[in-house]
Structure formats: structure tokens, C-alpha cells
Design a protein. Structure first.
Ligand SMILES: *[C@@H]1O[C@H](CO)[C@@H](O)[C@H](O)[C@H]1NC(C)=O
Ligand SMILES: *[C@@H]1O[C@H](CO)[C@@H](O)[C@H](O)[C@H]1NC(C)=O
Ligand SMILES: *[C@@H]1O[C@H](CO)[C@@H](O)[C@H](O)[C@H]1NC(C)=O
Ligand SMILES: *[C@@H]1O[C@H](CO)[C@@H](O)[C@H](O)[C@H]1NC(C)=O
Ligand SMILES: *[C@@H]1O[C@H](CO)[C@@H](O)[C@H](O)[C@H]1NC(C)=O
Ligand SMILES: *[C@@H]1O[C@H](CO)[C@@H](O)[C@H](O)[C@H]1NC(C)=O
Ligand SMILES: *[C@@H]1O[C@H](CO)[C@@H](O)[C@H](O)[C@H]1NC(C)=O
Length: 486
């Protein structure tokens, strides 16, 4: 019922919209910066963490309290760090710093706060870790010395994840969920392992400590068809994951753009770290980039094919934010691997130009970028997408620094043993306060993915029919869209 109304609303918006698109002159850095400021300001209207009674650092959620899972807050602050880094606008730096520190889970400082146990995947924790790493790499303002530090936070995420590397099943790999009792604990997926790989490659380059590079290589090997479970196949498709009961052979063939791009960015760091002297990394980088650009851009515009269907948007709230990571991390890869600049940047530019057509003049942006018009499908993810596409156009502007290392200007204090005070299993045993709603909220990706595939047939019928038994998997959108109609 709710969903039917929403379809009607979207159709109405698409038909009635006659507003001008966001004005951007892509040949002018000033114009891009100005458009980015408008879109950033609109994005931050979704953040209420500084208001009385609200929790700092998070977007409204997790479901059923609001549409956004905890990880998306971590993704937001990474987006805002790039916004500052590329535009030099410091407006949101204080909120960004406070948020990344508040959610760190002091004194363990491992991004595993018990508040979020019910939806705590390695990928969720890892998104906060990647944003902390970005803060170190961009020399974002350091917190006061008595507070957690960016590099050490990324190391804590790395160390806690390395300690969870699981050789009991599938000869290695990280599980999706961290707590044993979460749905999805029996699933080993590409996103969890890709995020771990990404952080490891960046720590290798930043610190020069080869242990991180060895872990990255081990993770790639485990994912790949050559030596591992085959989540990355010979053609550089990156599939979603599989279950431990089946020795990770029941591979779910769904593909998501952010997984591939998180791997690409990590490969870019390894290419740069090894100075292009290890063809194994540079070759993989070239091939995965080629494949990913062909899968996730249609006529030069970013798409999310497993849920952005011709006649319907089937994406969960999570998935509605992937295009922004795709743009930002592909752009950053052209800094680490300049040989890819002529291949990647023209596509990012046509995609960003399409994106601008999907926004209103006030900086409210839709989700679909390839229809030449605003589609009325709005949210924090859609705003992060638009902002990511805009700021990525500034990546080669004069004065924009590339990721630093400890030896080339990095100032963030590290701690190779960070995260070793984490005793998560014990903490979880004591936490019997999870509600049923929380558990359902954690969901399982298989349900979502199946739903997406079925959605190709079923969802569109839903604009005319009921979808009451829609699986309430993690990230299945059930907040904002329907709440608005109440
Ligand atoms: C955890 O939840 C409590 C209760 O809502 C809140 O007061 C606290 O600020 C939260 N802490 C974090 C790190 O989210
Ligand atoms: C390198 O990283 C590993 C893994 O975290 C750590 O055990 C080791 O102490 C580090 N070495 C140095 C010299 O920091
Ligand atoms: C599990 O799969 C691996 C290949 O990834 C294979 O080498 C191994 O023999 C399999 N183990 C079992 C118990 O089937
Ligand atoms: C590593 O990055 C720097 C900074 O962008 C770049 O100048 C250099 O060419 C890169 N190295 C390789 C091997 O691409
Ligand atoms: C990918 O590689 C194929 C075959 O080499 C080539 O035809 C195509 O242009 C490449 N795509 C991109 C985006 O570079
Ligand atoms: C592809 O993009 C070009 C220029 O951006 C446009 O002229 C053309 O109509 C587009 N083709 C399709 C099929 O959308
Ligand atoms: C980083 O550089 C500083 C100053 O050059 C040095 O004291 C420190 O040991 C370095 N840290 C690492 C992890 O290499």
C-alpha cells in the first residue's frame, strides 16, 4: 500500500517537473565548487546528530528508527572529507571530526560500538575505517592528542579484521557479519573482503610496513578464481558472495558497483606503492578498471544495474549511495595511477554532466542520472552521489594534494597494535538486549539480492499491486519514502 502510493508520487514528480537543472559549468572549477557547496548543504539537511537528543555521527536510523544503517554515517564523513579536500571549504570539518571520533568506541577505538551490534558487518566497520584512513591521507585536522587518531583508527579496524580471518571454512576470508548471532554470519562476501583489502593497501603505502601488503595479497588471492573461491572471475566480474556451509561455492552472481571500485582503489594504492614495478598489481588494476567501467556506466553515465531497472528503481537505501563512492574512488585512482587518467576521467565527466541534469536548481538531486531529468527519488545517498560526482571533477586541479604517506607529509599518529583491546565476543554474549526488530534489521544480503533479481519481474507489477510480504532485509528501504506520505 505504502509502496503503491510512492510509485504514484514518483510518477507525478517526473511528469510535473519543469524546474531548471542544477547549473554547473564543467569547464570552470569555481562553478563546480559552487555547485558542490549547494549540493553539500542540501546533503547535510539529512544529518541531525548535533540536535538535542540525537546521536552524533549517524544518519537517521538504523531501521526501523530511520532509513540509514550505521555504516552510512561513516560513508557520509568520508564524503565530507573529500568535499573539504577538493574544494577547501571547511564548513563541515568540525562536525566531521567530532563524528568520526564520537563513533570510534573509546577507549577501544575500533569502530565496534555495542549500539550497532545488530547490524555490525566487517564492511560496516570498514566504511568508518576507510573514512579515518582518508582523514590521515588528506591531512584532515587531527583530533586533540588525548583522543583517537585517524591512522590508529584505521589500524584498529585492520587489526580486528585480520584477527577474524577465518580458515575454518572456505580456506580463508572474512565473514560478512561480526557477531555470531547476526543473520549473515554464515556468508562470506566480496564487500567485507574488498574493504579489508582496501584498508590494507592504504596502510601499506602510508606506513611502508609490508605486513599490510602481504594481507592485501592474501585477500585478493582468496577472492580470485586463480587461487581462491572465485568471487573475482577470470573476466574481472566481482560477484557478491557465498555461504560457509557450501564451502563458498554457492556463489551469488549479483554484482554491485562499489565492491569493484573499492578493489580498484586498493589496486591503485598497490600500483603506486610498488612504483608500478609489480605488473601483477598494475595489470589487475587495468583489467578490473576496464571491466568495471563497462559494467557500471551506460553511455558514459553511472548506473547500478542490479537494482536500477529500466522501469523501476529496486535499490535499497544502501544501494542508493553507491554511485558517489564509484566517482570518488575512481577519481582518486587516477592520482595513484596516472596512466588511467585518460581512461577514467572522461567517463566521470560525462557521468557528472548527466548527474547535473538529474538535480534541481536548489541542489536536490535524484537517483537516476540517465533520463535527463530529476526523478524525485531523494535521500542522503542520492545527495552523496551527486556531491561525489561534482568534487571528483576537481581531482586534478592545481593545489589538490594526492594521498600523503608517513614520509611525505602525513601527520597522523599511528599504533600498529591498535584494536588489540577489543574483546568483542564477550561483550556480545552479555548483550541480550537486542530486540527482534534489530535482528530483522540486520537481515541477510541473500534475501536482498534475491529480491533484487526477482524485482526485475515482481517490482514493477508492484506499482499496480501489493507488496506486503516484501522481505525486510538489511537496507531494504522502508523508512523515508513511505514516511513522507503519512
Ligand atoms: C549509544 O546509544 C545511546 C542511547 O541511545 C546514546 O546515548 C549514545 O550516545 C550512543 N553512542 C554511540 C557511540 O552511538
Ligand atoms: C607492521 O604491521 C604489523 C601488522 O599490524 C605489526 O604487527 C608490526 O608490528 C608492524 N611493524 C612495524 C615495524 O610497525
Ligand atoms: C572447498 O573449496 C576449495 C576450493 O576453493 C577446495 O580446494 C576444497 O577442497 C573444498 N573443500 C571441501 C571440503 O569441499
Ligand atoms: C604515484 O602517485 C604519484 C602522485 O600522483 C604519481 O606522480 C606517480 O606517477 C604514481 N606512481 C605510479 C607508478 O603511477
Ligand atoms: C576495455 O578493453 C577493450 C578491449 O581491449 C577495449 O576495446 C575497450 O575500449 C576498453 N574499455 C575502456 C573503457 O577502456
Ligand atoms: C549517449 O550519449 C550521447 C552524448 O552524451 C547522446 O548524444 C546519445 O543520445 C546517448 N545515447 C543514448 C542511447 O542514450
Ligand atoms: C613516521 O614518521 C615519523 C617521523 O619521520 C617517525 O618518527 C615514525 O616512526 C614514522 N612512523 C612509521 C609508522 O613509520
Amino acid at each position: 500500500m505504502k509502496i503503491r502510493l510512492r510509485c504514484a508520487l514518483l510518477l507525478a514528480l517526473a511528469v510535473n517537473d519543469s524546474s531548471a537543472a542544477l547549473r554547473v559549468d564543467f569547464s570552470s572549477a569555481d562553478s563546480i565548487r559552487s555547485a558542490a557547496k549547494t549540493v553539500a548543504s542540501n546533503l547535510m539537511t539529512y544529518y541531525h546528530g548535533t540536535e538535542r537528543g540525537q546521536i552524533p555521527g549517524i544518519l537517521p536510523g538504523p531501521p526501523p528508527k530511520g532509513p540509514y544503517y550505521w555504516w552510512e554515517g561513516g560513508a557520509l564523513w568520508g564524503t565530507m572529507i573529500d568535499y573539504w579536500h577538493y574544494t577547501t571549504d571547511t564548513t563541515y570539518n568540525t562536525e566531521t571530526e567530532l563524528s568520526l571520533v564520537f563513533q570510534a568506541n573509546s577507549p577501544q577505538n575500533d569502530y565496534m560500538h555495542p549500539n550497532w551490534t545488530a547490524s555490525l558487518g566487517n564492511d560496516d566497520q570498514g566504511f568508518w575505517g576507510m573514512s579515518a584512513m582518508l582523514a590521515a591521507e588528506t591531512t584532515f585536522q587531527n583530533p586533540p592528542p588525548d583522543q583517537p587518531q585517524w591512522l590508529a583508527l584505521a589500524q584498529a579496524v585492520f587489526n580486528t579484521q585480520a584477527s577474524r580471518w577465518d580458515t575454518d571454512y572456505c580456506r580463508g576470508g572474512l565473514r560478512w557479519q561480526i557477531p555470531l548471532s547476526n543473520n549473515g554470519y554464515n556468508y562470506k562476501n566480496s564487500i567485507a573482503n574488498a574493504v579489508f583489502f582496501n584498508i590494507a593497501t592504504r596502510l601499506a603505502r602510508y606506513t611502508g610496513n609490508d605486513t599490510y601488503a602481504e594481507w592485501a595479497a592474501k585477500t585478493w588471492d582468496w577472492m580470485s578464481i586463480e587461487k581462491g573461491v572465485g568471487y573475482i572471475d577470470a573476466d574481472y566480474n566481482v560477484f557478491d558472495g557465498a555461504h560457509v556451509e557450501d564451502n563458498c561455492t554457492d556463489i551469488n552472481l549479483a554484482q554491485f558497483s562499489y565492491t569493484a571500485v573499492i578493489l580498484i582503489q586498493g589496486l591503485g594504492f598497490l600500483h603506486n606503492h610498488t612504483n608500478g614495478q609489480q605488473p601483477i598489481w598494475s595489470t589487475r588494476l587495468r583489467l578490473l578498471t576496464n571491466k568495471t567501467l563497462s559494467l557500471f556506466f551506460s553511455n558514459g553515465t553511472a548506473v547500478e544495474p542490479s537494482c536500477e531497472l529500466e522501469n523501476a528503481i529496486q535499490c535499497t537505501t544502501d544501494m542508493l549511495s553507491f554511485k558517489g563512492y564509484v566517482h570518488r574512488w575512481l577519481a582518486q585512482t587516477t592520482q595513484m595511477a596516472p596512466f588511467l587518467e585518460p581512461i577514467i576521467m572522461p567517463i566521470l565527466k560525462t557521468s557528472a554532466q548527466s548527474m547535473a541534469q538529474s538535480c534541481l536548481e536548489d541542489g536536490t538531486c535524484g537517483f537516476r542520472w540517465n533520463r535527463g531529468a530529476y526523478d524525485g527519488n531523494t535521500g542522503a545517498g542520492q545527495q552523496m552521489n551527486a556531491l561525489g560526482a561534482l568534487v571528483s571533477m576537481l581531482v586534478h586541479e592545481p593545489g589538490v594534494k594526492v594521498a600523503v604517506t608517513n614520509g611525505t607529509g602525513g601527520t597522523s599518529p599511528g599504533d600498529p597494535n591498535a584494536g588489540s583491546n577489543t574483546h568483542f565476543e564477550g561483550q556480545f554474549e552479555m548483550d541480550n538486549t537486542l530486540t527482534n526488530g534489530d535482528r530483522v534489521g540486520a537481515g541477510i544480503v541473500t534475501t536482498i539480492v534475491l529480491a533484487s533479481l526477482l524485482g526485475a519481474f515482481g517490482w514493477m507489477a508492484s506499482c499496480a499491486g501489493e507488496v506486503d510480504n516484501w522481505p525486510e532485509g538489511r537496507g531494504v528501504e522502508k523508512g523515508k519514502g513511505s514516511e513522507k506520505l503519512k
